[in-house]
Design a protein around this ligand. Structure first.
Ligand SMILES: Nc1ncnc2c1ncn2[C@@H]1O[C@H](COP(=O)(O)OP(=O)(O)OP(=O)(O)O)[C@@H](O)[C@H]1O
Length: 124
């Protein structure tokens, strides 16, 4: 395969991925909540002047939460394609996908408490 067509294919896959991100924000209402939470984290990090490691941890958690939500949406769409009828296995698959999002959100809250508590207790 010629180099230029490989580059074109590679660029096309970025286009598909960006379309996926736009779709996730348009059709998955939880993405708006994740976006608002991420914006709040950036504001709080800046106000409290957290250190570089704390910035890295919080940004990675934001990325993980968004990734889990996008996978959750993809699994929901695939499940709906297979059957719209009530099906216990589809129900379990959707519950498991939602569980992944909840787990990362709970751990993010825990990490936020551990990171922010020392800064806030100094201010009080
Ligand atoms: N076809 C189905 N068969 C059985 N249970 C289902 C089915 N579709 C949905 N459910 C149940 O309803 C729940 C919500 O499913 P739905 O597709 O409405 O996702 P949602 O409300 O968009 O979820 P989320 O908030 O995680 O994005 C699922 O977690 C599952 O328990």
């Amino acid at each position: 395969m010629r180099c230029t067509s490989r580059i074109k294919e590679h660029l096309a896959s970025y286009r598909h991925a960006i379309r996926g991100i736009v779709m996730a924000f348009r059709y998955e209402h939880s993405m708006t909540f994740h976006f608002a939470a991420a914006a709040a984290v950036v504001v709080v990090n800046s106000l409290l002047k957290v250190n570089q490691t704390e910035w890295l941890i919080t940004l990675m958690l934001i990325g993980l939460a968004w990734t889990a939500e996008v996978f959750n949406t993809a699994i929901e769409k695939l499940a709906d394609r297979i059957s719209k009828e009530q099906d216990p296995l589809i129900g379990q698959a959707k519950d498991l996908a939602s569980a992944a999002v909840l787990i990362i959100c709970l751990f993010s809250v825990l990490c936020a408490i551990i990171i922010y508590f020392p800064y806030l207790s100094k201010k009080i």
